[in-house]
Design a binder for this molecule. Structure first.
Ligand code: UGA
Ligand code: MN
Length: 326
């Protein structure tokens, strides 16, 4: 009997010790958490001063909360079916989701809206807002389709899709923000958020550099710093073009484009003249262009294209590898 109660006492003391250890560990964890919370409440004044001075040096960051007050940007994106289409559009959508007060007009190069794009747009409507995204379609005529082996510049691209968007903007101008800005954003480029800040106060046509365009690291307007005017361009490819720069390198006042109902993109221009011809319908001289991006010294857009995926194993399969995917 005595032997048993002795054993029980030993167990009791053991259990007490184990519990005590648990309590000590618990108290230590709670103390560490409390100290961390107190430290984060009283951040060092040097740290917050640094943050504030960095914020003040970033003009774009300062204005970020005011975006909603400023003109809406209408972004026109032509897009066509290929393996990487959804990947390109997904990346662009994630950029545009971070830009307040926009209206994204996606124009598919197809006879009818495709199921793929309908689903993509439907999902985005929940994120962008139902009125902030429009899905149109317009097929490129057969004669202007690139044939296998054609270099990518052999035919003008996106002309019919951008014209469809212009037609839609003109037809719906009553219900749109007439004070808005118009930007043609191809589906494959990469855009810095600051670019959209830069174009918000466009009066007629604003311009900026485009990286990897026209066979250069950066194709850009050259600005006379004493007057703040564009005096020439550094373009090399077809440099005799009146306005020798890429589609990604300019934005326009929507009112100006909507009012000039005859102004369109033209497939009849020599290769490479699409942008130049379009801009030439609105302005006649370089000095009419409004340089942005710190007098055209900053790169805020990259003219990129996703590599075609390697699919050489695909043809060995009896069933495509994406069979049955949602
Ligand atoms: C360059 C310019 O950056 C384009 O703005 C211009 O339209 C193009 O040249 C041209 O040759 O006209 P690049 O990268 O060669 O661009 O052209 P893509 O990006 O292949 O096409 C421009 C846009 O049109 C893209 O948004 C693309 O999705 C769309 N596209 C292209 C179509 O809608 N249909 C097509 O058959 C090809
Ligand atoms: Mn492109």
């Amino acid at each position: 009997m005595n032997k048993t109660s002795g054993k029980q006492n030993i167990y009791l003391v053991g259990a007490l010790c184990v519990n005590l250890r648990r309590y000590i560990i618990l108290i230590a964890i709670v103390t560490i958490l409390l100290v961390q919370a107190l430290l984060s409440l009283h951040r060092s004044p040097e740290g917050s001063d640094l943050e504030e001075s960095q914020r003040q040096s970033c003009n774009f960051c300062q204005h970020f909360p005011d975006y909603k007050k400023e003109p809406r940007i209408f972004i026109v994106t032509p897009t066509y079916s290929r393996h990487v289409q959804l990947a390109e559009l997904t990346r662009l959508s994630h950029t545009l989701m971070l830009v307040p007060n926009i209206h994204w007009i996606i124009v598919e190069d197809s006879i009818e809206p495709t199921r793929l794009l309908k689903r993509f747009v439907q999902r985005l409507k929940f994120l962008f807002g139902f009125k902030a995204i429009t899905h149109l379609n317009q097929e490129t005529p057969e004669a202007f389709r690139l044939k296998p082996g054609d270099p990518s510049w052999a035919k003008p691209k996106g002309i019919w899709q951008r014209n469809k968007a212009l037609q839609w903007l003109r037809e719906n101008q009553e219900s749109l923000d007439s004070d808005g800005i118009l930007y043609f954003a191809d589906d494959d480029n990469i855009y810095d958020l600051e670019l959209f800040h830069e174009m918000r106060d466009t009066k007629k046509i604003s311009v900026w550099p485009v990286a990897f365009a026209g066979g250069l690291l950066v194709e850009k307007p050259l600005v006379d710093l004493s007057t703040g005017r564009v005096t020439s361009f550094n373009s090399m490819w077809k440099r005799q073009r009146p306005f020798p720069f890429d589609m990604a390198g300019f934005a326009m006042r929507l009112r100006m484009v909507v009012d000039k109902s005859q102004a369109l993109f033209s497939e009849k221009q020599p290769i490479g003249y699409v942008e130049s011809h379009f801009i030439g319908q609105f302005v006649s001289h370089w000095s009419d262009l409004e340089p942005r991006a710190n007098n055209c010294t900053k790169i805020l857009v990259w003219h990129t294209r996703m590599q075609r995926p390697a699919l050489h194993e695909e043809r060995k399969l009896a069933m495509p590898s994406n069979y049955g995917m949602a």
